[in-house]
Design a protein around this ligand. Structure first.
Ligand code: 21W
Length: 226
């Protein structure tokens, strides 16, 4: 998969390429190109913001640098072009899975109070939010989305951390997990987990998942039936 990011803060993306994701990039499982929108500004001071017509607080991103950056990054519109926006569809695991099937993705990140509506209308295929809270730009939502998608790209996760088990568990909270020692501060690991009886272990985990989900996220159980 090819991923392109258009942002005013390219340096922030160093924080994305650590751990499993860095390994996957090194192995060529997917590629990440980060474009600095400011590089495309035709203004003599490389300005990328301006006042909103009609007035109001704050500044908007001006259309020219964004439009030219999109044309440079994706001249033939091969990518699904996504604008990270508080107005967008809320990201879900289902959405992550469907985006992971794309050959090429372009993410446009806004700063300030947003971007000129005309670049959205001209260039963007869909808008995506990560939830109902206010951040300062689309960059963290973009990194969250890429991180979630990358886990589904073939060969990114080893067999140890496969997404197989997750899809079985879809719609349920995770069961409690324990590692050594068998007793810690007087608290023992449940006997069934050290019994060696795989069927009993599976049954125990499923029961805990259902119990926890009913208690903490009853909305998920309603969804599973839909
Ligand atoms: C937040 C920009 C709020 C502008 C019209 C009239 C992208 C985000 C963002 C941001 C406003 C996402 C206005 C969850 C987020 C993002 C920056 C409000 C005022 N508009 N997902 N007045 N949360 N945030 N604009 O903040 O760009 S995806």
């Amino acid at each position: 998969m090819k991923i392109k990011v258009l942002t005013l803060f390219p340096e922030a993306y160093q924080g994305l390429t650590v751990g499993i994701l860095q390994k996957a990039l090194d192995a060529g499982k997917f590629s990440l190109e980060v474009y600095n929108i400011r590089d495309f500004s035709e203004d003599k001071h490389k300005k990328c913001d301006d006042y909103p017509f009609g007035g109001g607080a704050g500044m908007l991103m001006t259309p020219q640098p964004i439009y030219d950056c999109v044309q440079a990054a994706d001249p033939e519109h091969r990518a699904k072009r996504i604008y990270l926006s508080p107005k967008g569809e809320t990201l879900s695991q289902k959405k992550v899975l469907s985006l992971s099937q794309e050959e090429e993705l372009l993410f446009l990140c806004g700063s300030y109070e947003g971007i000129d509506q005309r670049v959205i209308d001209l260039c963007i295929d869909e808008e995506l939010s990560i939830g109902d809270y206010v951040l300062t730009s689309g960059d963290l939502p973009c990194m969250v989305t890429i991180n979630a998608i990358a886990r589904y790209v073939d060969g990114v996760l080893g067999s140890e951390e496969s997404t197989e088990e997750e899809s079985f568990a879809a719609g349920l909270l995770e069961y409690p997990q324990y590692t050594r020692p068998q007793e810690f501060r007087g608290m023992r690991v449940p006997d069934v987990l050290v019994s060696g009886n795989h069927a009993e272990v599976a049954k125990w985990r499923r029961e805990r998942q259902l119990e926890l989900t009913k208690k903490l996220r009853p909305d998920l159980l309603k969804k599973e039936k839909e």
